[in-house]
Design a protein around this ligand. Sequence first.
Ligand SMILES: *Cc1c(COP(=O)(O)O)cnc(C)c1O
Length: 440
Amino acid sequence: MAQLAILGGERAVQTPPRDSFHWPIITEEDEAEVLDVLRRGAMSDTDITKRFEREFAEWQGVEYALGFCNGTASIHAAMYGCGVGVGDEVICPAITYWASALPCFSLGATVAFADIDPVTLCLDPNDLEHRITNRTKAIVVVHYLGHPADMDEIMAVARKHGVKVIEDVSHAQGGLYKGRRLGTIGDVGAMSMMTGKSFAIGEAGMLVTNSRAIYERALTLGHYERYTADLETEALRPFAGLPVGGYKYRMHQMSSAMGRVQLKYYDARCTEIRRAMNYFWDILEGVPGIRAHRVAADSGSDMAGWYAAHGLYLPEELGGLSLTRFTEAVRAEGAACSPGVNMALHQHPLLQTCDVYGHGKPTRIANSERDVRRVDSSLSVSERINYRAYYVPWFKKFYPEIIEEQANAYRKVCENYQSLLAEDRGDPVLMGRAGTTTRG
Ligand SMILES: *Cc1c(COP(=O)(O)O)cnc(C)c1O
């Protein structure tokens, strides 16, 4: 039996990771395009952004792409584009970054959470239909940590009830579901492109859709200078010139300039990421206590840029070892490993008691006919998942020896778990991150 590093043994990881984790990859080409924007003083123009949008739409195979200052704004506009308004409900998985759900509040709507599937970590299609009411306007689907959601089943339920589907592609830009680009399967896709994401260009967001009506409505919320009287949607024409939402959502051109360069290399870079991550998990296949969070090799789906790669944890195979103790031990071996994913959103006080806008009651129910908080009680997978998932090394480069060493750190801990049980103090009562999903 090997001595674990946390108990005084030698660390499994000895080799420096070189640039395995460095992201985004910036070359002189990115620098030149950004400098050009700076020197022209074109930061607030839209010429580059419009070119980026056209190229992005073509890459996605979609009619319309609209750039935003961040992903949160693009989701806000996607909701508005789908007609979400006062008193409406949006269904969203309880496990996601807050921006998948919270923008609905400023539209006067509320969020009804649905549970996630414990293997995909995405919206569970079997926990969806019973949550639809006559006030449900949209379902937000998140391709969580790069894993495509079960779009066929979700779309079938949505179509049956005439509910729109918004794909939050912030974790999975460029990914495939059964051969189709994520973001193009629902009614509208919206995504973040901030620095920590797979498609990383500073602070930016993108909305994609094949629906002219959704595109035009989304545009009116915060793109005042592009809101002109020649819109096809007649009802929107009288208000041209001002952003109906009172927001300003234009993308900064240093981001769109970088985006045009990143787009050229993005698919190839993601292919290398997937090769590296699949290699990591192939090495660990069959090791007790841990499972890959990934799609089957022959499914026609993929893990996109494998955003903030995570693994699944099965403490019952390791004598009940807590995730906290497990992750401490792996970190001591020199590999990245931290417990949990995003915290379950319904467990945060903002979704329970906070009166954001002075309605005299919690914002969550300010405009609703029913108290949607009551159905939060049936989100058991979401409430458990933070004890059963952990951040793993998110390799950007295929360096076999480095990947093997890091995988061996995991294997070593799993195979020697018994030596950790004695000093296991268990997991804290609440786990999960309120803010970012990435933590190395
Ligand atoms: C990052 C993120 C967003 C928000 O994007 P920003 O660019 O940070 O505003 C939305 N949804 C998910 C799932 C995210 O991870």
